[in-house]
Structures are given as C-alpha cells and as structure tokens.
Design a protein around this ligand. Structure first.
Ligand code: KIV
Length: 271
C-alpha cells in the first residue's frame, strides 16, 4: 500500500506481463525515505530494501548481523516515500532458515509493520518449506539464487557461482522449485550469463540479474554502488553512473572552507 493507503502501481501481475511482452524490469536498492522518493520519481519498477543495508548503512562486513527490527525500520522509511514501485524487503539472516513456522511469523511481522509488497529469501531447496509457508499466508516471495551473501561464510568467497556443472544443475533445479512453489520472481546473482539466460528462457516468472548478463528479464544494482558512493567495491558487473563520492567530498570540503573563512553564512543567509 502507498502513503495514501492506495495500492502501488507495480504488482506481481504487472511484472509477469512485463516479462511476457519483453519489457525489461528495473530494480535498485533503498533503505531510507529520501532515496526511495528519488527512485520513485525516476520511474524505477521495484525498490529492494536489501539486507545490503548491513554493509551500506551500518558498515558491517557481511549482511549477517542485520536484524528483523532494523529491516522493518528501513522498509517503513521506504514505504512512506513511494507511490509507484513495488517494495520488496529482504528477510534477514536467521529469520527463515531455522524452521518454516518462524519464517512465516517473521514475514507476517515484516508485512504488517512495514506495509511492503513482498519479501525476498535467499536459497532454493534448503529453504523451500519456508518459501511455501510464507506463500500460503498470501505473502508474495521473490527468490534469490547464485551468490547468496547470507551464506558467504560457507562459500568463503564472493567469486562467480555455478561455473561448474553440478552447481549449475542445482541452480536450475532450485529455480524451477521456486517457480513451482509460487515465487513471483527470482534474483540471480553473479553467475555465468549463459546459465542466467537459460533460467530466464525456461521459467515463466521474471528473472532479475545482478552480474548475470543481459539475457534476463531485469537488472538490479545496489544504489550506493551505482552512484559511486562506495569507492572500495568495483566488481566487473558494476556500472557506475556517477562519482557521487567525489561530488560529496568536494561539497563537504567546500563547506568546511567557507565556515572556517567566515564566508558562510553571509548577510543574505541570516535573519
Ligand atoms: O541486499 C541486496 O542489496 C541484494 C541485492 C544485491 C540483490 O540482495
């Protein structure tokens, strides 16, 4: 639901239709009101309240520490801002892997308290009971396969996933499993482009890629990365649309200089 209690324009059905007519789906992350408002005005289809908030907003090395309460807070801030895009929220690590009852209770809490449109869960067969139970409560679920950052300690590396045949076959089977369970879309992260293309061609639901090539139904990036706010992260898949770090750094330096030099505020900037 939107700020005025109206249904948001982009729905699971609309995304399905977009795939059918070959219209690419756009998705970016936001964790706060101001960013979400700008993304909405720019015409984005889906805003992901990613658990990348743990890295980007809180400075943790992995996404593991972020809690359900914190994700609800970020989701509420985003929902307050948007009218058009669908708002999808990551279920944080530890809220759905244990058992499916806990998973559905966590997802219900997320939906009730944030008024988001859908949740995203990482994993395939390992979490399918949780996915099914959340879906049976009427909550739309987006899947996430390939590089799944909540399992980073098990992988031990952020390198490209599913390059070997066995892992690729498991990924394809997991994607079908998620579709059959009723997921409305799947994110594929950092896998070979030809594998992502195959999944997109085999499935009816939209496949949103990040580092998964162009032959998928949509693209997602972390907004702070594509704006060039994060200088330390430059994987091959990341296209930087701006060097906001430099722009902000220069603006802050300018402010420091102006205040020190007693140039700010001037006569027109006072009462
Ligand atoms: O948390 C996140 O931002 C994500 C995207 C990288 C897909 O899951």
């Amino acid at each position: 639901m939107s700020v005025e209690g109206k249904k948001r324009v982009v729905t699971t059905h609309r995304l399905f239709e977009m795939k059918q007519r070959g219209e690419k789906i756009t998705m970016l992350t936001a964790y706060d009101y101001t960013m979400a408002k700008i993304l909405d005005a720019a015409g984005i289809d889906i805003i992901l309240v990613g658990d990348s908030a743990a890295n980007v907003m809180a400075g943790y090395e992995t996404t593991l520490p972020i809690t359900l309460d914190k994700m609800i807070y970020h989701a509420q801030s985003v929902v307050r801002a948007v009218k058009n895009p669908m708002v999808v929220v990551d279920m944080p690590f530890g809220t759905y892997q244990g058992n499916s009852k806990e998973a559905v209770m966590s997802a219900i809490r997320m939906m009730k308290e944030s008024e988001a449109d859908a949740v995203k869960l990482e994993g395939g067969a390992e979490v399918i009971e949780s996915v099914r139970r959340i879906l049976s409560a009427g909550i739309p679920v987006m899947g996430h396969l390939g590089l799944t950052p909540q399992s980073i300690l098990k992988f031990g590396t952020y390198s490209v996933r599913a390059k070997e045949e066995a892992e690729a076959e498991k990924l394809i089977a997991d994607a079908h499993l998620l579709e059959e369970a009723g997921c409305f879309a799947i994110v594929l992260e950092k896998i070979p482009a030809n594998l992502a293309a195959r999944v997109s061609a085999e499935l009816k639901i939209p496949i949103i890629g990040i580092g998964a090539g162009r032959e998928v139904d949509g693209q997602v990036l972390v907004t702070h990365d594509m704006l060039g706010l994060n200088q330390d992260f430059s994987p091959r898949f990341l296209r930087r649309y701006h060097n906001l770090y430099e722009e902000m750094h220069n603006a802050f330096q300018h402010y420091v200089k102006d205040v020190k030099a007693r140039d700010f505020p001037d006569e027109k900037e006072q009462y």
